[in-house]
Design a protein around this ligand. Sequence first.
Ligand code: DC
Length: 232
Amino acid sequence: MTNHKIVVAIDGHSSCGKSTIAKALAAKFGYVFIDSGAMYRAVTLYALRHNLVAGGELKRDELIGALSEIKIEFKYNPVSKKNDTFLNGENVEEEIRQLPVSQNVSPVATIAEVRAAMVRLQQEMGKNKGIVMDGRDIGTVVFPDAELKLFVTATAEIRAQRRFDELKAKGEDVSYSEILENVKERDFIDSTREASPLRKADDALVLDNSYLTREEQMEWAIERVEERLDDR
Ligand code: DC
């Protein structure tokens, strides 16, 4: 048994269950779990609330100018057993998951200045290791020296169906085709943007969970962490 801690970086496409895996791994190993997408979502919510996204047009320079006004924090919620996201002191965990934010977050995440601010915060959170962070650029940019990097994926149709089921269960009025379109559009923007595009780090292990049960993929991921812990 070893008590050294590692950094686990989990990247991949949207809605492929990265956060679920990250959260479960963190719980299993007593690590901190950070959903970095929540940070880009919180910035997007700020932009929406301040009319910086009007008629689909993002006021890029104004958002960059407002970055110093945007404070993002995570606080542990003992009921849901996960971190809630706070924007300037307000719990926005629910609101950042809703469609208006999902539909506007990709362009916000393409802004290099927004990314630089988020990456700085993320690196600060991981400086003592013992962290599992999921996102798009965690293994490539945020923690290029992470001891374990996973790249998670699944087909767009399967991801859309999962997202659809999730939103329906929450009582939201959404259509499958709208969600599928949103998933594909986000894949496209995330992988073709100039600033830190989504790509697999050379040393990341691929986990395609299209046809895996939650238990199967967790068993695989836990084994990978244990291997890395045994490496020392
Ligand atoms: O994982 P998610 O769907 O909550 O991410 C929301 C958006 O933020 C998505 O468009 C990709 C972007 N993102 C990013 O660019 N870099 C990250 N590290 C995490 C998310």
